[in-house]
Structure formats: structure tokens, C-alpha cells
Design a protein around this ligand. Structure first.
Ligand SMILES: NC(=O)c1ccc[n+]([C@@H]2O[C@H](COP(=O)([O-])OP(=O)(O)OC[C@H]3O[C@@H](n4cnc5c(N)ncnc54)[C@H](O)[C@@H]3O)[C@@H](O)[C@H]2O)c1
Length: 284
């Protein structure tokens, strides 16, 4: 029996990227799945993929926007009713993108915080009593390397991911202090080859914000040069970390390198990173 086998694991944002890969790997390791995503069609594709990969996998699916407070509460009730118990929650759903603070539209800040930070808070709050009751629970919140490194033109994203880190580390302290049977892990991925950068352009278009040639080029560079790790590898690293009950999981050498740079240059890392960015992305 591993920390995953036989457990009921909830994964948000399971329709793409890291969430989809988590769903597949959790099923392989014998978890029973509760998968959700805002996008019902891609969620159904994930469920089909899991069923094809793992015969007999138990999968509950439901469309969910994690920024919907009441909807998330109803969803938690539905999962508990379906399985009778919930052990693990992977708060993974997230969105990226951004401009400088001067140029950012308020709606991008509001939406990014609503999904990336409030979504994590809602999920944790609604599921935590059930996870405690399971007697062997775990909350896994996906932050980013931007949870410890600020970066220009990513203010909303950095704000949300620093927030996820603070929230999750507080949860860990409280679970330990209260002697609750709940492991807590904050995950800091570096670049993973997913749809996140491209989706940020789609979000801007949905808000009627002009997508410039520079925006498109930036996303292209992200996709080609920075978001490199296979999501399946990221999922393996994350779930290995959960099975080892790690408080903090950095995914990829880029996440580890940036962590080191921020520790060595706590107040001037921005300049070091700007130089690295110029070398990677050219002048922008
Ligand atoms: N890909 C990376 O390089 C990277 C790096 C650091 C952190 N992360 C984090 O990993 C997580 C997963 O991102 P990904 O890279 O797999 O991106 P992705 O765009 O491939 O997948 C994100 C999924 O979340 C869903 N989603 C978006 N908004 C939602 C909402 N309001 N409610 C429910 N579902 C919603 C999308 O439909 C999509 O299926 C995010 O929290 C992201 O910030 C990713």
C-alpha cells in the first residue's frame, strides 16, 4: 500500500497539461479519481485517456470553475456523496499571462487571483474537513517558481502564486499544530510543456484585450524555450513528493536553479534574472 493506492484523489484543472498527467499517473498508482475542469470537453478527453491507460480505473468527472465559491462547495458534496471519503486534493487549476503592472487591465488581475488563489482557498476550505476525516489525507497546492521569484510582466501571476505558497505553508503549520492527519505539499513547477501560455492569449481575447505581436512572440518563446518538461515527468515528480510526504516539491532544474539564485541574491536577483532572460529571449 503506497500513499496513493486506493485513495480518493481530487484533481482540479484535469483537462490539460499537468492536471491531465496527474490524473493518468494517480490512476496508474491505484487512486480513485475525482476529476474536474472548467472545460467539459477536455475533461471528457482526460477521462477517456485514463480509462484507456488504466483498465478499470474509477473516475468521477464534473465540470467545475474553481473560482465559483458555491459551485466548489457543491462539488465537494458531490464527490463525498460519490465515494464516501476524500483523501487527497490536488489544487492544480491555474491560468497564466500578464503585462507590466502599468499596462495591466484590472480584469486580468481579478481573474488570475480568482482562479489561482481563491480557487486554491475555496478547494482547501471545502474539502479540508473531509480530508481530515479520512484519517490519512493530503492537500497538494500547485504554486510555481513564480511563488518564490517575482518576474516582470507577470505581476498578477506572481501575486497569486506567492499567495498560494503563503496559504499552503500556513496550512502545513496548522495541520501539524492541530495534530491533524493531513500532509501538506506546495508544488513549485518550472517550465512544463502545457497549454498555459497559449491559453493566456485566449483569455486576453475573451476579455476584449488586444493581443499584440509582442504578446504572441513572448508566448512563442515561452512555448519553445522555457516550457520544456514533459507533463508526465512533472506528474511523477509531484506524486513521488506526495508519497514521500514532502512539504515542498520543486519540479525541474530551472525551478531549483531559480530557488538558489533567489537565496543567494535575495534583494538583487531581479538583475541576475533579467540578464538570463535577455540571453534566453533576446531583447524585448
Ligand atoms: N506549465 C508550466 O510551466 C507551469 C509552471 C508553473 C506552474 N504551473 C501551474 O500548473 C498548474 C497547471 O497548469 P498547466 O501548465 O497544466 O496549464 P494548462 O493550461 O495546460 O492546464 C490548466 C487547466 O486548468 C483549467 N482551468 C483554467 N481555469 C480554470 C477554472 N477557473 N476552473 C477550473 N479549471 C480551470 C484549464 O481548462 C486547463 O484544463 C497551474 O496552476 C499553473 O499555474 C505551470
Amino acid at each position: 500500500m503506497t500513499a496513493v493506492q486506493g485513495k480518493v484523489a481530487v484533481v482540479t484543472g484535469a483537462g490539460s497539461g499537468i492536471g491531465r498527467a496527474l490524473a493518468v499517473e494517480l490512476a496508474r498508482r491505484g487512486a480513485r479519481l475525482a476529476l474536474s475542469d472548467m472545460n467539459g470537453a477536455s475533461l471528457a478527453q482526460t477521462a477517456a485517456l485514463v480509462s484507456a491507460e488504466v483498465s478499470g480505473a474509477q473516475i468521477h468527472t464534473q465540470q467545475l470553475d474553481v473560482s465559483d465559491l458555491e459551485g466548489f462547495g457543491n462539488y465537494a458534496d458531490a464527490v463525498v456523496q460519490h465515494y464516501g471519503v476524500v483523501h487527497q486534493l490536488y489544487n492544480n487549476a491555474g491560468i497564466g499571462g500578464g503585462r507590466t503592472i502599468l499596462d495591466s487591465d484590472f480584469r486580468i488581475f481579478e481573474r488570475t487571483l480568482a482562479v489561482n488563489l481563491w480557487g486554491v482557498i475555496y478547494g482547501t476550505k471545502w474539502f479540508l474537513p473531509h480530508i481530515i476525516k479520512s484519517g490519512d489525507g493530503h492537500v497538494i497546492n500547485v504554486s510555481s517558481l513564480n511563488g518564490y521569484m517575482a518576474q516582470k510582466e507577470l505581476a498578477a501571476y506572481c501575486t497569486s502564486k506567492f499567495g498560494v505558497r503563503g496559504f499552503t505553508e500556513t496550512l502545513a503549520i496548522e495541520m501539524r499544530a492541530g495534530k491533524h492527519p493531513v500532509g501538506v505539499t506546495v508544488v513549485h513547477p518550472g517550465g512544463v510543456h502545457t497549454n498555459i501560455a497559449t491559453a493566456s492569449l485566449e483569455m486576453a481575447s475573451e476579455f476584449g484585450i488586444e493581443v499584440t505581436e509582442r504578446d504572441r512572440r513572448r508566448v512563442q518563446i515561452y512555448n519553445e524555450k522555457l516550457l520544456r518538461m514533459d507533463p508526465a515527468q512533472a506528474a511523477n515528480i509531484i506524486i513521488d513528493g506526495v508519497e514521500a510526504n514532502k512539504a515542498r516539491v520543486r519540479v525541474g532544474n530551472d525551478a531549483k536553479l531559480v530557488d538558489l539564485i533567489v537565496r543567494i541574491f535575495p534583494s538583487t536577483y531581479g538583475r541576475v534574472l533579467a540578464l538570463m532572460e535577455r540571453l534566453t529571449m533576446g531583447k524585448s
